[in-house]
Design a binder for this molecule. Structure first.
Ligand code: NAP
Length: 321
């Protein structure tokens, strides 16, 4: 595996709104940031059909366009992009710290982690088996394949309703299956979903199995109040039941809360000096593009200050080769 002889000033892990904003700020501070993008440039927002609540875009903007603009902005200030995924880190020794991808080993004086969160799985039989064959976690990516077909959506939060509404552009019917009789989603989306003639709700119900033969044909469900079980025929199962932070790589190296979110202080420092975190990997509460952008900015500013404090040590190390 190739090893970079050069020690980067700052490595940014992840290229969603938090990582790309950190790249804009560290680039503008002449830190020559290197962004390791992971498999999904732009993160979750890149897969969002329409972003309606990011300031400056009163008419709304597609997630893909917003990400493209973020990236162009970062490139304008010299950010470099490596389209690779992080496979391991060593924060137990350093700085400089070690970050590995499949093809290289990097070293960096500072690291900003912005690797976001991933769609949570239901964990029922048939779910994994039918991913890509009727089970999906992204309406923007897969909605088109369900033109004229029947789909169910699992979940009762903003994502379930927003994506369910989007699916009505394609599907003939969208049934939203929620485990309670009250939605978690905000009032505007609730009202929109309830007004939509293609959408209906199945309350107090959980999906216990996805069934099919080569492709999804239905779901086995159970009413949690009555205990009644049954089968719903459907062509697609869209699951939007929240997210889990992508922190598996950092177990044992960085402090996390009981749900696996990285713990940061007010200045976005993690438990290791010189390692910062921003966006959904450390934020279980807000999880908006606007808050991730703010956290990416804050992490970059803290990182810049920290590197200024380290300047003498870095110069000495560079002089020693
Ligand atoms: P969420 O708010 O955590 O909602 C998850 C939903 O899935 C809840 O209704 C939950 O039920 C249900 N659920 C969780 N685990 C389940 C399981 N094992 N089986 C069945 N149902 C399960 O997640 P989200 O909708 O992805 O939203 C995440 C954050 O992004 C939120 O802060 C949200 O406001 C934000 N967001 C905002 C927008 C927007 O502003 N337009 C759009 C999308 C997301 P319970 O309600 O019973 O817990």
């Amino acid at each position: 595996m190739a090893q970079d002889t050069q020690i980067e000033k700052v490595l940014i892990l992840g290229a969603g709104p938090a990582g790309l904003t950190a790249a804009v700020y560290t680039g503008r501070a002449n830190l020559d940031p290197l962004v390791i993008t992971g498999t999904e440039l732009g993160g979750q927002v890149a897969l969002t059909n329409e972003v309606e609540n990011y300031p400056g875009f009163p008419e709304g903007v597609t997630g893909a366009e917003l990400v493209e603009r973020f990236q162009k902005h970062a490139e304008r200030f010299g950010a470099r992009f490596e389209y690779d995924s992080v496979t391991g880190v060593d924060f137990t020794q350093g700085p400089p710290y070690t970050v590995k991808t499949a093809s290289r080993t990097y070293r960096a004086w500072a690291v900003i982690i912005a690797m976001g969160a991933s769609a949570r799985r239901l964990g029922v039989p048939g779910e994994e088996e039918f991913i890509g064959r009727g089970v999906s976690y992204c309406a923007t990516c897969d909605g088109f394949f369900f033109t004229g077909k029947d789909v169910v959506v699992v979940g009762g939060g903003d994502s379930a309703l927003e994506e369910g509404i989007f699916l009505t552009k394609f599907a003939s019917r969208v049934r939203i299956i929620h485990r309670r009789d009250q939605l978690r989603a905000g009032p505007i989306l609730q009202e929109r979903a309830k007004r939509n003639e293609k959408i209906s709700f199945i309350w107090d119900t959980v999906v216990e199995e996805v069934i099919g033969d080569g492709a999804v044909q239905g779901v086995k469900v159970r009413n949690v109040k009555t205990g009644e079980v049954g089968t719903l025929k459907t062509d697609g199962v869209f699951i939007f039941i929240g997210h889990d932070p992508n922190t598996a790589l950092f177990k044992g190296q960085l402090e996390m809360d009981e749900r696996g979110y990285l713990i940061t202080d007010d200045l976005m420092h993690t438990s290791v000096t010189g390692v910062f975190a921003a966006g959904e990997i450390q934020d279980p509460v807000f999880r908006q593009v606007a808050t991730s952008v703010g956290q990416g900015c804050a992490a970059a500013m803290s990182c810049t200050r920290w590197l200024e404090e380290m300047e003498e040590k870095i110069k000495q190390a560079e002089a020693a080769g």
